[in-house]
Design a protein. Structure first.
Lengths: 422, 422
């Protein structure tokens, strides 16, 4: 995480394709006066009954641990993402990361409890598991179908007297791979999870950023038994500096309403001991912007969405142009949304390589090994195209091309030398 | 924690002496325009080199995990509290509670590691230990001297193959007891802690709120070996809604500079997996207010300080007047600062009693058993005088008087009945 957020300051002259940041260029819509207006809109919204009527002093105090804008957030994930959320089951968190960090130990309280994760997966999920003392097990990549891989993992863990309790998933535009699970895959996974009483932590930070094709319903919308906790964030849609995210619990946990209430209370209690509550100033800003935008963010993100789509197209075009001579050895993904694509290289690419690439070729990319639980991702890298300009994409892909050409040449020389010696 | 922050909404007609909130009446100094100005002051402070020069878009992005206002915060704890803090050892957290929640598992990583706490102690410390899976052991109250109690606890744990690794302390105006440790006690504790390599987590939320007498130097200022992590917050001095606190590490951990750097990195890594970073908007507000106030908050809090002092005096006066007829059975503390005093009652006072007292006598008080690890505090309550008006103090102490009189009468009747039967 530190690498992702801080590496660019180490190489200020390099273009960073490392961090999945939203683009800065739309932050001028959020100048200080706009934020102030948003707070005032929330404050004056006594009609909507969103709590603004309590006044400014109330806002500056300690407040409800579970949050004060739950109704607006429930409405937003309903409208924008089709998730059947309800205010009394929404927990407002200090960024989505806190939601992950609270859910993992709550769902896996025993030492034999295990969180399942894809391999690779979001570094913040593995890190939160480590930081909260929860064991994480990677799903096997040799099963072509995720549902089968889950089934296998559950059984293998059971043989070691361990219990899979939850699975962390990013079904839409996965971080780091960009992959989207189709509706059938989602339903199959839900079936396996229901059978084994596995809770799905569905992290949907990127779902709104779809550039082509039809959206697939979130797993929380397909969930019929009460197995999906839906994690959402305003970091990509509004601003990461707000640190506002949310966890939306299902109506019941596997049909048990009391179990859901008890999990809810456990999460609220845990939150009170980690951050007390989420900044009510930040919550008020989010609330005001939601009210001003009719409760949804679909239109609000449109300019950014168009920008990201164009960035993706330019990056794919540049990759085609720079790497077509190596197309037998190098492959890359063509994501239909999100902030990332991945490259498969014919050589290992670790932290030392990222360093050299940044220093010599002025482009910062992220080794996929950072997101992995084994060495299966050692030859892959992630490129984020969200926070760069078209010009930066062109120079950085060219730079990456130089790096790759050098590595391939070295490889060739080693092969020849080896051949001469052999 | 939920009780403390949310109970008042259950009994809206009762006066709450439950939560240690700052008084709302000084929040009008923090109207939205003031906060906006503070952000602008920080933004424009390129001279001070406090990072504002990077501009607004930079502020709205993801940012440095350890914080962006570390220099100003180091300066503030130096100026206001005499703590030898340095920016490169300050971690900005999402409220002081996050600092506790990060430090505990970092200092007590092994299952046999134990956190020592006073009994009673701040509920957030016990809760954070529970939430992060760290074992907590209460110091014995039968040792009159805290240093001896620590020594005893260390040895007793060792016999059970457990290691005391840290102690959580509020040396100034303790929550919940209001107690202040004198300089000798602090030095003795530091000696014992140095001998056993125990890290002191010094939580100083209330130190600036001293109403009489001379301040005692914080333990971090008396620390000569590198054993004290100093925890500070802007929740009481500015506003809880900012959710900005800080942990200031010593220069070395017990003389070992590498150990300090390694602990620092561990804390930063943990923070990245819990909240990523602290809201940069909230940090900018704190920074702007600090710059506007010459880097310190001593003058800023003066009006509140005077108000709290008067509240304390009024509460003591009311307690004297209402409870003097029972002075042989009821005792209360006379704190020289902070937000709390405690009452010792001649009967048990649990959650059910707090409920009855709130419903029938319209005053909400906190049972000290909520802060305890055993039943030693079952007959004590905490009264917070910070967030009430003089009028509310009068009516609430009168209400508490009615409750106590009723309980004493019941006790007397039971005694008589018992006597008649006996």
């Amino acid at each position: 995480m530190n690498f992702l957020n801080e590496v660019s300051s180490l190489f200020p002259s390099a273009v960073s394709l490392a961090s999945g940041r939203p683009s800065d260029r739309f932050f001028d819509r959020l100048n200080p006066q706009v934020l102030l207006n948003a707070v005032n809109v929330y404050q004056n919204d006594s009609v909507g009954g969103h709590g603004g009527a309590h006044g400014w002093a109330h806002l500056l105090q300690y407040g409800r641990t579970a949050g004060i804008i739950n109704e607006l957030v429930a409405q937003q994930v309903q409208c924008d993402e089709g998730v059947p959320a309800s205010a009394d089951r929404v927990l407002i968190t200090s960024g989505c990361q806190e939601a992950v960090a609270l859910c993992l130990p709550a769902l896996c309280p025993e030492p034999s409890d295990v969180l399942l994760v894809c391999n690779p997966t979001y570094i913040g999920a593995i890190g939160a598991a480590k930081a909260t003392g929860v064991a994480a097990a990677a799903l096997s990549n040799s099963e072509p179908c995720l549902a089968d891989a889950i089934e296998l993992a559950v059984l293998q863990l059971r043989q070691k007297s361990q219990q899979a309790r939850a699975i962390y998933l990013i079904p839409d535009f996965d971080n780091p791979t960009g992959r989207v699970l189709d509706a059938d895959e989602r339903r199959n996974i839900l079936q396996v999870c229901a059978r084994h009483r596995l809770v799905v932590l569905e992290d949907n930070a990127y779902g709104l950023f779809r550039y082509d094709g039809d959206p697939v319903p979130p797993m929380a919308a397909l969930d019929e038994v009460g197995s999906v906790i839906y994690l959402s964030t305003f970091s990509k849609t509004i601003s990461p500096a707000l640190r506002v995210g949310a966890a939306s619990l299902p109506d019941t946990m596997f049909g048990d309403a009391a179990a859901r209430r008890s999990l809810w209370e456990d999460l609220v209690r845990r939150k009170s001991f980690v951050t007390v509550n989420t900044s009510q100033i930040a919550q008020a800003i989010v609330a005001g912007l939601l009210i001003q935008n009719g409760g949804r963010l679909g239109d609000w993100i449109r300019p950014a969405l168009d920008w990201y789509r164009e960035n993706r197209d330019i990056m794919l075009c540049e990759l085609d142009s720079v790497f077509s001579p190596f197309s037998d050895q190098i492959r890359w993904s063509r994501p239909s949304g999100g902030f990332f694509l991945t490259l498969d290289l014919p050589f290992r690419f670790g932290a030392d390589c990222a360093d050299e690439c940044a220093r010599r070729d002025h482009v910062i990319v992220t080794p996929l090994s950072f997101f992995a639980l084994d060495n299966s991702q050692d030859c892959r890298i992630r490129l984020a195209f969200s926070a760069v300009t078209p010009e930066q994409i062109r120079t950085s892909v060219t730079g990456l091309g130089h790096y790759v050409a050098r590595r391939l040449e070295q490889k060739l020389l080693r092969l020849r030398d080896g051949g001469a010696r052999g």
